[in-house]
Ligand binder design. Structure first.
Ligand SMILES: [Zn+2]
Length: 172
């Protein structure tokens, strides 16, 4: 599974100038580092590289933030990758099979849309009993265990009445 980063920086090691560590800002606003001081320490605490990046991000910044694919609602059965970084995304039936929504969320995740964007858009449609959206792991687990469920337009003209489960062995 790919973790989405908003920004990434290369920070030289203090002890060995030929080495660099990757500091990453994740979509939920937390920082990660590839060095052992960060990866081996629980609970997490900022290492010197993260502290350096937080103090002077322009000194280390490398490249522009990632450009995420654009969600375009379209008359498709499942999420399809289109030119110009667009994702044709099916309209999901309100009150229909929640696995259709879960499948769309799963597919958008697979094609690189940040979880925060997906949750904002679809989380309420399949919220848990307390009204909170499902977690990313729940969506991935559900779809990998039960298959992708997409609208079957050959069976019915009513979007919310006919589905098919598709096993493609896809993994994130
Ligand atoms: Zn570090």
């Amino acid at each position: 599974m790919t973790i989405q980063y908003v920004s990434q920086w290369e920070v030289p090691s203090n002890s060995d100038p030929t080495k660099t560590y990757k500091v990453s800002l994740t979509e939920d606003g937390t920082y990660q580092c590839s060095c052992m001081a960060w990866t081996r320490h629980m609970p997490r605490r900022d290492c010197s590289h993260i502290t350096q990046v937080k103090a002077n991000p322009e000194l280390y910044e490398k490249g522009a933030p990632k450009v995420y694919p654009e969600i375009v609602l379209a008359n498709v059965d499942e999420v399809k990758q289109m030119p110009e970084n667009k994702l044709y995304t099916p309209l999901v039936p309100v009150g229909g099979n929640p696995m259709i929504v879960a499948t769309v969320m799963y597919d958008l995740l697979k094609f690189g849309v940040p979880w925060g964007v997906i949750r904002e858009r679809y989380g309420k449609m399949i919220s848990r009993s307390d009204g909170s959206p499902p977690s990313k792991d729940t969506i991935i687990a559900n779809v990998t265990q039960h298959g992708r469920v997409i609208v079957d337009r050959e069976k019915s003209s009513f979007m919310d009445t006919a589905y098919k489960t598709v096993w493609e062995g896809r993994t994130l």
